[in-house]
Ligand binder design. Sequence first.
Ligand code: PMP
Length: 464
Amino acid sequence: MTAHSNIYPTKALQELDAAHHWHPFSDMKSLNEEGSRVITHADGVWLTDSDGKRILDGMAGLWCVQVGHGRREIADAVYKQMNELSYYNTFFKTTHPPAIALSEKLAKLAPAHMNKVFYCSSGSEANDTVFRMVRTYWDKMGKPEKKVIIGRWNGYHGSTLAGTSLGGMKAMHGQGDLPIPGVHHIDQPYWFGEGHEMSPEEFGVFAARKLEETIDEIGEDKVAAFIAEPIQGAGGVIIPPETYWPEIRRILKERDILFVSDEVICGFGRLGEWFGADYYGTKPDLMPIAKGLTSGYLPMGGVMVSDRVAEGLMLAGGEFYHGYTYSGHPACAAAALANLEIIEREGLVERVKTDIGPYLQERWLKLGDHPLVGEARMKGLMGALELVPNKKDPHKPFENVGTVGTICRDISFGNGMVMRAVRDSLIISPPLVLTHEEADFLVKTAEKTLDDTYQVLKKDGWLG
Ligand code: PMP
């Protein structure tokens, strides 16, 4: 078969897919029995499947399609670049105009003290780069005993060895005997699920002080870095209480360890600022980036490096033995530049802050009144609904965690909208170009999905 212009019936595509295609993060046995949904086209915030059904892409692909699907301008920029220089490496004392232009652009957009970028092809590779950079930095600084990196339970930093290890997904650790040595995890600032016996403000400070306790237990002289997402995405859009980041900032300021703000989801406007670090006023030493950098049009990631770390790594000269064939790939860099140009020209970051962000938040939060919802939360354009069996006792979860979330996710798909299930919560992260009308559709569909799910659960005796 050919890749374009689908002429095959859905069933034939599903059978071929089941025969040869191994999907990421999937139970292949049950997926092959059920059959994958085949997406054939996308435009703006709308996907079309192989049966011609239109579906609102409430997840912006996988948290990445900031500018919406089908932007001709990005395709044209890539086409032009591929005709000029489709590929050359950046290893052998060589560079090329797209990598130069993109690096200059990123240095301008990033916080003022971050002026260099190391390229790779994904968020996972960015975090593998972080892992080696952090330890190499301390070696160069004459402190090779500073090796431990602290992450958070239920944090997500990718699925390579370092990415999985730095992340705190226990099910992932169970496959491949991870984490690798020298990684510690502290509890997450998940008030709804783990902290509701305190006020959110108290819990924010309490959760932040876990970092302080852990650094002091291990010894500041042995701790290299702390890594965290400004808001946990894959963990279920965990928005920390307002007191969390200021307290983390205090703790980090008092101790000489590096801070890594994983901006793979929060970067490029998702919170109404260019980076989550701008939103929360943290001062990272390193920032892994990916996803919204190219709006997913081509795979590209990177690590933004602060002046402090860059100077440290270059201090005595010597090579950093690290890099990828596709580091700074010219076509990907061209896609990133065209994408950033659209974000700037259309004022999408500002739009999240002052227009579509508040518009959607106001309506999304009202879904918290639904009998199935224990909490509705949203920041910028990322939100979650916690589904609970009994609204009067909202922190008590469903039995068989994950089943109800999946039921509701499937109903949402059927109703014409992608929401993602994490445990028994439903999450969204729509493209930043979402219009008011589309936001209305999103909320209306979410409401209908909750109603439909409620009926199914009631019939099957799930509700308390
Ligand atoms: N960090 C964060 C915060 C992420 O959300 C992700 C992906 N969801 C990654 C890293 C890994 O990125 P990738 O899938 O591109 O490897």
